[in-house]
Design a protein around this ligand. Structure first.
Ligand code: BDR
Ligand code: CA
Length: 323
């Protein structure tokens, strides 16, 4: 079993990732850190706790940072414009609702802040731990700044973030990296094995309305809830970011979890040098050195994924959930 810490800004696709990780027999989920991103930190933490309670999980949740390490101290660029809600059958849909449609949380976050949890837990860890950050990288960036020695106990960092040919936040960046480029740059060069699962791969591993039907037939809580999240995402994708496959949505964060369960779900992973753009045009860009004689290779960048395998893996996880 692989020990895993998730770092989430829950979030519709984060929710699917949490459920897959919690239900995989290959993963021992030892903690969940939260970070701002898709919503404010109060919401992403509350959403995470709601889901943890709904799943009946006994996994500690550590509340993390409410903004970037550096960026918003000096920020004077034009921010990405908020996308309007999409109207569908008389209802308004956005990619990530303020509150997940679940009962209010009873659980509370731990007292320890997420960055401190990383330091405490990793320093004491008896075996190496896999980190799966799927929101802005602020908590981990801070932890690595406070205690760079924690890399010794990191098996790998599987990041949802970045994009080479595809971006979503502006014409050059993906939103997790855009939100905290400095933290991403610290992670890129921390010395641990870093696997970037960017939009190039997550858009290939899209989930269709037919896949949602498969989830619904499984008829467990996580399968139904994943179908809800994916259908909501499909409505918004169709209106704002249509994919090559019709009636489909990327469910980015869950692909990172699937990769940890079985790396074969990523079908094109290239060892390369990855750098993060830190200012001006190019801020938050994942710059992959594609030259014949590149800078020293510091990570792995995913370009493609097997969507059929991905959906099968999610189904296997959801079958293990409670009714
Ligand atoms: C990433 O940004 C967030 O909106 C999603 O949860 C995902 O982690 C995709 O760009
Ligand atoms: Ca996310």
């Amino acid at each position: 079993m692989t020990k895993v810490i998730l770092d989430v800004d829950t979030g519709s696709d984060d929710a699917v990732a949490i459920m897959a990780a919690a239900l995989s027999p290959e993963i021992d989920l030892v903690g969940i850190c939260t970070v701002w991103g898709n919503q404010a930190i109060e919401n992403t933490t509350d959403n995470t706790l709601r889901l943890v309670d709904a799943m009946g999980l006994k996994v500690p949740v550590y509340k993390g940072c409410d903004t970037a390490m550096v960026k918003y101290l000096t920020h004077d660029y034009v921010e990405n414009v908020e996308r309007p809600a999409v109207m569908h059958n008389g209802k308004a849909f956005i990619m990530h609702s303020e509150h997940l449609d679940l009962p209010e949380a009873v659980s509370k976050p731990e007292d320890v802040p997420a960055a401190c949890f990383y330091v405490d837990y990793l320093r004491k860890a008896k075996e190496k731990v896999t980190l799966i950050p799927v929101g802005p990288l602020t908590n981990l960036g801070l932890a690595l700044r406070i205690a760079p020695d924690i890399v010794e106990n990191i098996e790998q960092i599987v990041v949802m973030g970045g994009g080479s040919k595809i971006t979503n936040c502006n014409s050059w960046s993906e939103s997790n990296i855009w939100h905290d480029p400095e933290a991403a740059q610290i992670v890129a060069n921390c010395g641990a094995k870093v696997v970037w699962v960017p939009l190039d791969a997550t858009h290939q591993a899209c989930i269709t309305l037919d896949d949602c039907k498969r989830f619904r037939e499984i008829d467990t809580f996580p399968a139904r809830f994943a179908a809800d999240q994916c259908e909501q995402r499909i409505i918004v994708h169709n209106a704002q970011q249509p994919l090559d496959i019709p009636d489909a949505a990327a469910v980015h964060d869950a692909l990172c979890v699937a990769y940890v369960i079985d790396p074969a779900v990523i079908t094109d992973l290239r060892h390369c040098h990855v750098e993060i753009g830190l200012s001006g045009y190019g801020e938050g860009q994942t710059i992959v050195d594609q030259r014949a004689y590149p800078l020293e290779k510091n990570g792995y960048f995913a370009y493609d994924a097997d969507r059929f395998k991905f959906v099968d893996m999610l189904c296997d996880c959801f079958k293990r959930g409670k009714k």
